[in-house]
Structures are given as structure tokens and as C-alpha cells.
Design a protein around this ligand. Structure first.
Ligand code: CP
Length: 338
């Protein structure tokens, strides 16, 4: 039987996503016990994490299984990820052997690898996560790659449903925010795909030069149409974007034009500090109370003001909690004994 990786929610399938979300609701209500007894998850973090790491470890424990965490270059050998590399420098273990060995020990394996290098045309292929899945005989979960954060996407899809009820036709605004560093586009692309899957109308508000990868934008448009959400509007005015918003997803991301050139990018974004979620902008949303979302970690008073994060519209903690429930459901779907 061929294994089924969870690299993107779209590849896993729209019906499967809805099945997982239905199960997540039952899991959250305490109606699903066990199902992962004697199962092991090995998670590899090539980049840091609070939520992803803790929620997967907790998920495995709660259902009777066990999680192992590896941090190559810290508590385990430094990895080489390039095919054909002559490993005579700092890297000790090739991803080929690492993935194959972990696949022999664990029932499911997760990997986080943010974009690397200075060429977006290379990074956008997500070759580390995809190579890892190719070399591993067990199902692989993408814990955030250059292009996608599918576990965050599941949590965001569920959170939108919880906060808005029937999401069909409601307005989702993806609001770019200033940040001192250029961040990956995986979360904003995944968040917009969550809204698209929920049949929402989508507004992407970003300054000129901060377009998402064109293939991701095309996919967001396609799914929005297929799922009855109507239109995807692209705007460059954060105030105008707030009108009639039912949910505002605040997120910073780097300009792909300057990918791998952070100093040049920094100069480009220098005048954009006003791009942040304020109380005034919240007042312009539908009824002044759109759900304000962010994947976390968030830079307070840089991306979102204290008054918004600490106010009744903030959904960020519920969103983070939902990471746990959707991942419990995902693991049960992938390797569970229900
Ligand atoms: N949202 C999210 O993935 O958080 P971590 O980076 O802390 O895992």
C-alpha cells in the first residue's frame, strides 16, 4: 500500500480535510479516546518551534502514543540536504539515511524546514521536505516548509468555522504587516487557502512588491471559486481592506523579489511600519468585531497592537489551541486504530 504524506492539505484532499476537521470537533469535545497506543511519532525541527512541537508531543501522549523530537545540529547530528554533496565539511548525516532510519523506528515522521538559500525558484520546490518524504518509508507530516504550513492551515480552517459559524461568502482579509525580518510566505498562503476551503471571499492586502508566489495566488483563486467564495481581491491599502471584514488574519512575509537578500528587502520595507493591526482598523471591520487571527509568535505593537491582542476580537489563543485538536485528528486519520 502506498503511504499518504501530509505535505499540503490540497494534496491530502479536500474531502480528507473535512473528515479530519469533523473528527477534530469530536476530539475537542472529549468524545475520542485512545487510538494511537504503541504508535511513535518522530519530529525533526531544522527550525525552532513552540506550538508545533508541543502540540504534537501532547497529541501523541493524549492518545496513548509517544513522540520523539530531534533538532539536527543541536541534540543530533548536523544534516546534509543536498543530493550528491561531498560531505567533507560540517554536515555529518545525509537526509537520505536520516529519513530512512527514522522511518524504521517511527510510525509517522514530521519535519520542519523553513526556506533556505538565496533563490526562490529553488526554495519554492520544498525539496527538503519532499526529499525527506521520498526517503522515508512511513507517512510524513510537513511541520512547515517554504511553501506551506498545512497543520496551521487545518487549525485556521477550524477556527474560522468556530468564530464565524457558516463561513460561506463571509469576508476574510489577509493583512500584511511590517516586521523587522523577512518571514516565509508559507503561513499567509496556507491561511488564505484555509479561507478558500471555507468558501470565503478573500482580500489580500499587501504593499506593492509583496505578492505571494503566483502559483499559490492562482490556487487560492481556484479553490475560492470551486468552494463558492466568489472573488479574491488584491489591495494595497490596509484601511480600505478592513471594510466588511469578518476575519482579519495578520501576518508578515518577505518580498519574494528580494528573497535571500534581507538587507535590500529591509530598505524596501522601511516606510511600511504603519502596516499593523490597530484598534482603529478593527473598528472599521464588520460591526467593529472581526475575528483577529495570527499563527503566533506575534510581535506585539509591531504586527498587532496590545489593545487588539488583549481585546475580545482576538482569536489567537483559540487558534493555537486548535493546533492540538486538529493534529490529534490528523494523526488518528493517518496512523490511528479507531
Ligand atoms: N504557529 C506555529 O507554527 O508556531 P511555532 O512556530 O511555535 O510552532
Amino acid at each position: 500500500m502506498t503511504k499518504r504524506d501530509f505535505i499540503t492539505a490540497e494534496e491530502y484532499g479536500a474531502d480528507a480535510v473535512d473528515r479530519i476537521l469533523d473528527l477534530a470537533v469530536k476530539v475537542k469535545q472529549g468524545k475520542v479516546l485512545g487510538g494511537l497506543e504503541r504508535k511513535v511519532m518522530a519530529n525533526v525541527f531544522l527550525d525552532p518551534s513552540l506550538r508545533t512541537r508541543t502540540s504534537f508531543e501532547t497529541a501523541m501522549f493524549l492518545h496513548g502514543g509517544h513522540a520523539v523530537v530531534l533538532e539536527p545540529g543541536r541534540s543530533s547530528w548536523t544534516w546534509e540536504t543536498e543530493s550528491g554533496a561531498v560531505m567533507d565539511k560540517d554536515t555529518v548525516e545525509h537526509i537520505r539515511e536520516a529519513a530512512a532510519v527514522l522511518g524504521r523506528y517511527a510510525d509517522v515522521v514530521g519535519i520542519r524546514s523553513f526556506p533556505r538559500g538565496s533563490d526562490w525558484n529553488v526554495a519554492r520546490e520544498d525539496h527538503i521536505v519532499r526529499d525527506f518524504a521520498r526517503f522515508c518509508e512511513k507517512p510524513v507530516v510537513n511541520l512547515e516548509s517554504a511553501r506551506r504550513h498545512p497543520c496551521q492551515q487545518l487549525a485556521d480552517t477550524l477556527t474560522l468555522r468556530e468564530k464565524l459559524g457558516d463561513t460561506k461568502g463571509k469576508r476574510f482579509v489577509l493583512l500584511w504587516s511590517w516586521h523587522p525580518k523577512p518571514l516565509p510566505t508559507a503561513v499567509p498562503a496556507s491561511a488564505a487557502l484555509a479561507a478558500a476551503h471555507n468558501g470565503m471571499e478573500i482580500v489580500i492586502a499587501r504593499p506593492e512588491g509583496y505578492e505571494l508566489d503566483p502559483e499559490d495566488t492562482a490556487l487560492i483563486r481556484k479553490i475560492t471559486q470551486e468552494r463558492g467564495g466568489g472573488f479574491v481581491h488584491i489591495m494595497d491599502d490596509p484601511d480600505e481592506a478592513m471594510a466588511s471584514a469578518d476575519a482579519v488574519y495578520v501576518k508578515s512575509w518577505g518580498s519574494l523579489k528580494y528573497f535571500g537578500h534581507p538587507e535590500e528587502e529591509k530598505a524596501h520595507r522601511a516606510g511600511l511600519r504603519d502596516w499593523r493591526m490597530t484598534e482603529q482598523r478593527l473598528r472599521s471591520t464588520r460591526g467593529g468585531k472581526a475575528a483577529v487571527m495570527h499563527c503566533l509568535p506575534v510581535r506585539r505593537n509591531v504586527e498587532i497592537d496590545d489593545a487588539v491582542l488583549d481585546g475580545p476580537s482576538s482569536a489567537v489563543i483559540d487558534e493555537a489551541e486548535n493546533r492540538l485538536h486538529v493534529q490529534r485528528a490528523l494523526l488518528l486519520d493517518m496512523i490511528g486504530k479507531l
